[in-house]
Design a protein around this ligand. Structure first.
Ligand SMILES: C[S@@+](CC[C@H](N)C(=O)[O-])C[C@H]1O[C@@H](n2cnc3c(N)ncnc32)[C@H](O)[C@@H]1O
Length: 428
């Protein structure tokens, strides 16, 4: 097997030297872009003038520069940059008319800006190998965090690529990137959405799972620095147009989905939503056992949660504890409450935990001060119109139901029995 040499200066050099080609590709988020997608994106990158400076960051072997030159001519000025010397070597052979640089795009400060930036940046959270894909760059994370204003929460390397690429555009320049759809709805990208809203006119083309063997749903973003507003397309069909876009979640807001949402009170107004206790806490609890014993009940996980009922028999967590001790982990294990699935895809799966068991996963709903018909709410949450609502708005942007999505789920007024319950406006 080929061993890869040091490619990142002194950062993580021991580790890099030991990585095989396949592992290095994974650690650098190297995934080739399908030809049809490259062609589609190049059609969106029409040069605004006769002679443009065109950049492909994270260029790999430069499929975008090659396709751009074939479509619009070789007379433009082409630059590619990649951190991987082998990719740079291949790119120089494939696009000899371009200037190809070896280096970290996120730390690169060219003296001249670009008319067009086009490409497919790496994707992944930067962190330790045990948990996160982009581990070769983890020692640079501190510098990236300082440098990129949109960095928030765990973020993702593709967010930093978007910010840097936009900052390298000329005042009337255009960015065309394919990236995961997660930034449309996750809180970690709220600063990025705000930045995009304030920077120019945004067009988002949903293209779905375009990368073979990668279970990641993607969008093509086109950001034109001169202009404002946001258009969301399904493929090439315009679905949502917001001339006054301010950085809110980007969703497939069809009239039916919005009508359904406005027809009830947002769940977040009726319930406090909590996460379950985490494994380390459970493991450290003095009354928790890793063996089944008389008098102990299983600590439940998402696999125990079914639409409308709970499997109290099987133990998937590997932990057991006395039921009476459950509230010492989380107070809300001490009374019947609604549990909603977190990791079951973009759908709502809910059940009422009437036996008050301990949990290691899922969302737990604690009613605020009002009388609620919990069984009827569970039925409503599992209903087909509810599934259609979340599927329409959020598709497969992320592989799970988020807290933000759950908070906005509408509960019909007739399931809230207290008359004085205020009809609160929905956000966004
Ligand atoms: C998703 S691939 C895209 C390759 C090519 N543009 C394509 O579309 O086929 C991402 C590329 O990013 C490069 N890369 C990862 N981190 C980088 C960084 N910080 N600076 C520059 N290139 C980087 C990898 O070496 C890899 O070639």
């Amino acid at each position: 097997m080929v061993r890869c040499c040091k490619i990142l200066g002194d950062a993580n050099k021991g580790e890099i030297a030991m990585l095989t080609r396949a592992k290095l590709d994974r650690a650098l988020g190297a995934v080739p872009t399908p030809k049809e997608l490259v062609e589609f994106m190049v059609t969106l990158a029409t040069p605004p003038k006769d002679h443009c400076r065109v950049l492909e960051p994270a260029c790999g072997d430069c499929p975008f520069l090659e396709a751009f030159a074939e479509r619009y001519g070789h007379h433009h000025e082409f630059v590619g940059i990649d951190i991987d010397p082998e990719a740079v070597y291949r790119a120089k052979a494939r696009v000899p008319f371009a200037t190809i640089l070896e280096g970290d795009f996120l730390l690169w400060q060219p003296s001249e800006r670009f008319d067009i930036v086009i490409g497919n940046p790496p994707y992944g959270i930067i962190g330790d190998e045990s948990h996160y894909p982009i581990h070769t760059l983890r020692e640079r994370k501190v510098i990236y965090k300082q440098r990129f204003h949109t960095w928030h929460g765990k973020f993702n390397i593709y967010g930093a690529f978007i910010e840097h690429a936009i900052n390298l555009l000329k005042p009337d320049g255009k960015l065309v990137f394919v990236v995961p759809a997660s930034w449309l709805v996750l809180d970690d990208f709220s600063k990025l959405r705000l930045f995009l809203a304030h920077t120019g006119r945004l067009a988002v083309y949903y293209v779905g799972k375009v990368f073979q063997r990668r279970n990641v749903s993607c969008v093509v973003i086109v950001l034109e620095k001169s202009g404002k507003g946001m258009n969301l397309y399904d493929g090439e069909k315009l679905i949502v147009s917001k001339p006054d876009y301010k950085g809110e979640l980007i969703r497939f807001e069809t009239p039916q989905a919005l009508e359904f949402e406005r027809g009830g009170i947002a769940l977040g107004h009726l319930f406090d939503i909590h996460f379950a206790a985490r494994s380390p806490e459970i493991r450290a609890h003095p009354q928790v056992s890793t063996e089944p014993q008389r008098g102990l009940v299983p600590v439940l996980t998402g696999r125990n949660l079914k639409p409308g009922w709970i499997d109290y028999e099987h133990c998937y967590s590997g932990f057991w504890m006395p039921k009476e001790a459950a509230p010492t982990l989380r107070f809300f294990y001490g009374f019947p409450h609604i549990v909603v699935g977190h990791t079951k895809g973009t759908r709502v799966v809910a059940a009422l935990d009437e036996r008050c068991y301990p949990w290691r996963e899922e969302f737990h709903l604690v009613p605020k001060e009002c009388n609620l018909d919990l069984q009827a709410i569970v039925w409503h949450l599992n209903s087909e119109p509810m599934q259609a609502y979340v599927r329409t708005l959020y598709r497969d942007f992320v592989p799970h139901l988020t807290l933000t999505m759950l908070k906005r789920v509408p509960i019909p007024h007739d399931l809230v029995s207290r008359n004085e319950m205020p009809k609160l406006p929905l956000e966004g």
